[in-house]
Design a protein around this ligand. Structure first.
Ligand code: FAD
Length: 319
């Protein structure tokens, strides 16, 4: 039985799905112990019900308008304060841009071990975390043998399961000092309705899409499926789309239920960002393209013929 603390994150006024997934991981690790959640900003209270529904027994609110947006110093101070109060044995959050930036800072302050980008956890006599290494070519199993355990969990890997708990709330006062960096404004570059890193369906385009205009049929397919559009680095480098859409080793790592790769050759650096997708469909006119080696379904053909046909067929299904 363990005492676990989850840092929950919000985006655009909603709880991030990965936070619910992390609560499910917390339940597994707690194994009958205590599941705590904390949330920062002025409107944490409004997420109480949802956090409780997914297993949070106690919810710690650090209410401060300066925490409405991520600030490395502010979040670090707030999380350290909650940790001091709760005294958890395990601290978890999502492997998001906030989680990746924040947890190492807190781990250093506590001289704690951090295991990042976990995709699975086994709980027995020991807690063993699994994380991909070498761009997803191998998996590493890690345990922490001493002190507090900190881990970030990759989004879309572990299904969030409801586990109704009391969700008792506690307010924590954190006096924020010396905030050296503040996010003043967030400029959204993409018009995508679905967040790429948490999308269940991704339609991705590569150099084979040939132009920004060429991405339109991909967006139409993504819209019909309720998914997001992604891209290879070659497509971003060529200016067909914004770098925020780049998937791969130096882009986003995604794990959707369905990944449709259009005009993407399947370079190792691209595979590093999407090879753990649950179902991969590749559309490429070159039957020898490397992407077909990891695809569950392959369509050899011109994407400009195949993609509109798929959109038409899916429209019939989802009409
Ligand atoms: P290409 O390799 O040029 O493939 C285009 C494909 O489109 C071909 O297979 C072709 O047959 C097909 N095609 C052409 N026309 C059509 C058509 N009409 N219909 C159907 N198919 C068609 N890449 C990433 O994606 N993400 C990364 O994060 C990343 N990081 C990198 C980091 C480093 C350090 C380096 C060195 C490289 C990185 N790259 C990354 C680049 C990577 O090596 C490849 O160059 C890139 O992924 C290739 O993109 P692509 O598959 O779109 O283009």
């Amino acid at each position: 039985m363990k005492k676990v603390l989850v840092l929950a994150e919000t985006k655009n006024g909603k709880l991030r799905n990965v936070s619910l997934e992390v609560l499910t991981v917390a339940g597994k690790i707690a194994n009958g112990g205590e599941i705590n959640a904390c949330i920062f900003g002025s409107d944490g209270e409004k997420f109480r019900e949802e956090l409780a529904k997914f297993g949070a027994q106690k919810i710690y609110l650090v209410e401060n308008a300066e925490l409405n947006r991520y600030t490395p110093d502010g979040f670090k101070q707030a999380l350290l304060k909650v940790i001091e109060e709760v005294q958890p044995e395990v601290v978890l959050t999502g492997h998001t841009s906030v989680g990746k930036d924040l947890l190492p800072r807190v781990a250093v302050r506590l001289n704690a071990a951090l295991i990042s980008d976990c995709i699975d956890v086994e709980v027995g006599e020991k807690i063993i975390f699994t994380r991909p290494i070498y761009s997803g070519k191998a998996f590493q199993k890690k345990e922490v043998t001493n002190g507090i355990v900190m881990a970030t969990i990759r989004p879309n890997n572990i299904e969030a399961k409801e586990n109704q708990a009391a969700g008792e709330t506690f307010k924590i006062l954190a006096e924020l000092k010396d905030l050296r960096t503040m996010v003043k404004d967030i400029v959204k570059k993409t018009s995508g309705k679905v967040d790429l890193s948490e999308a269940k369906i991704i339609v991705a385009g590569g150099r084979g899409v040939k132009s920004a205009e060429g991405f339109k049929p991909l967006q139409e397919l993504a819209d019909v499926l309720g998914g997001a559009v992604g891209a290879s680095r070659a497509a971003c480098d060529a200016g067909y789309c914004d770098y925020s859409l780049q998937i791969g080793q130096t882009g986003k790592v995604v794990t959707p239920d369905l990944y449709i790769a259009c005009g993407i050759s399947g370079a190792i650096q691209h595979l590093a960002g999407m090879s753990s997708s649950k179902v991969i469909v590749a559309i490429n006119k070159d039957p020898e393209a490397n992407i077909f080696h990891i695809a569950d379904y392959g369509i050899v053909g011109d994407l400009f013929e195949v993609v509109p046909l798929l959109t038409e067929e899916f429209k019939k299904v989802f009409a």
